[in-house]
Design a protein around this ligand. Structure first.
Ligand SMILES: Cc1cc2nc3c(=O)[nH]c(=O)nc-3n(C[C@H](O)[C@H](O)[C@H](O)COP(=O)(O)O)c2cc1C
Length: 319
């Protein structure tokens, strides 16, 4: 071993400053059982042939299955899939229990809700110190337009484009002028600006954004159906159930999920513990909203909220 001027810890810390996406890689073991793990070491290698790579620690329980398998699928996770990422980062758990998944033509598990999926054949496995470097040839891919999950400095995050410089802005001025007047554009951009700031506060409080959305919807120990909660939180039913079960274990809500009732009959109720967990976030949220228009202008803020509520009501009525 060569003499090093750094510790493993400083190496890990320095490497963690390299922000990555988050993937779940799946395969099957020799008995055909599904295997999967969260991995941020995914990267592109070659366009022709289309090759990608990721590395698996040799001590992972699933390392042998990945090395021996003829195929694997890489799922690039969406910003709302933190719970799934955490689940697949737990060693040895039955990670697929209760999860809706299908398989591709090679029998490899396909998870839903990912931003992109690369179905690969195992092209080559390389020795890489305490990891195996697995290179896959992409046989098929799927890609959706959604925001990807980011992992940076040990925390989950979302990525948003850096504001344009004035030079870029001059070149793009005419295109901007058209887009600037679109409601869609203004809704998306203002949401992203506000959400980036507030979601940082949520994560700092130890809650994920989906957990905050659920607790906010159950504020005051309210009871809601699973379908109602899915509409309010923008979380897919299957992932929502998963998150609710975990939150239930932590006493943040109660529900009849997991007792054999059909999804349509699942109801979830907020608890005092859950209520208390988000109380301060509500005040921080209101404070951010009051400051959002750049001045203390409660009338404009209420007018804006009223208009947005009309958009929601009108949209709901047309669905
Ligand atoms: C965001 C994130 C990224 C990760 N990336 C990798 C990775 O690239 N390679 C790896 O071997 N483990 C990675 N891990 C850790 C594995 O997911 C974890 O060790 C998992 O428990 C292995 O499961 P197993 O022991 O059941 O095979 C990552 C974990 C997280 C939370």
């Amino acid at each position: 071993m060569s003499a090093q001027s750094f510790t493993q810890r400083s190496l890990r810390e320095a490497l963690s400053s390299f922000a990555t996406g988050v993937t779940i890689v799946t395969t099957i073991d020799g008995d055909g059982a599904p295997v999967g793990m969260t991995a941020s070491s995914f990267n592109s290698v070659s366009m022709d042939p289309p090759l990608v790579l990721w590395s698996v620690t040799k001590t992972a329980l699933s390392a042998q299955a990945f090395k021996a398998s003829s195929h694997f699928n890489v799922h690039v996770l969406a910003a709302d899939q933190v719970a799934l990422s955490n689940r697949f980062a737990m060693s040895g758990e039955d990670k697929f229990a209760g999860i809706n998944y299908t398989t591709n033509e090679h029998g490899i598990p396909v998870l839903s809700g990912a931003v992109a999926r690369f179905d690969c054949s195992n092209w080559q496995a390389y020795e890489g110190g305490d990891h195996w470097i697995l290179v896959g040839e992409v046989l098929r891919l799927e890609h959706a337009k959604a925001e990807g999950l980011v992992f940076s400095a040990g925390s989950y995050a979302t990525a948003s484009p850096i504001a344009k410089t004035s030079a870029d802005a001059t070149h793009a001025a005419s295109a901007d002028a058209e887009v600037d007047n679109l409601l869609f554009y203004n809704l998306s951009r203002s949401y992203r600006l506000m959400a980036d700031q507030f979601h940082g506060v949520v994560r700092a409080s130890g809650l994920s954004v989906p957990q905050w959305r659920i607790l906010a919807s159950l504020r005051g120990e309210a009871t809601r159906s699973l379908a109602d909660l899915a509409v309010r939180t923008f979380i897919e039913d299957w992932s929502l159930l998963d998150t609710i079960m975990t939150m239930q274990d932590e006493g943040l809500c109660t529900s009849n999920a997991g007792t054999g009732v059909a999804d349509a009959d699942v109801i979830i109720t907020g608890t005092r513990v859950g209520h208390e967990r988000v109380e301060h976030l509500f005040s921080l949220c209101s404070q951010q909203e009051r400051e959002a228009l750049g001045n203390d202008d409660p009338e404009s803020l209420s007018k804006l909220i009223e208009l947005l509520q009309r958009l929601v009501e009108h949209g709901d009525a047309r669905q």
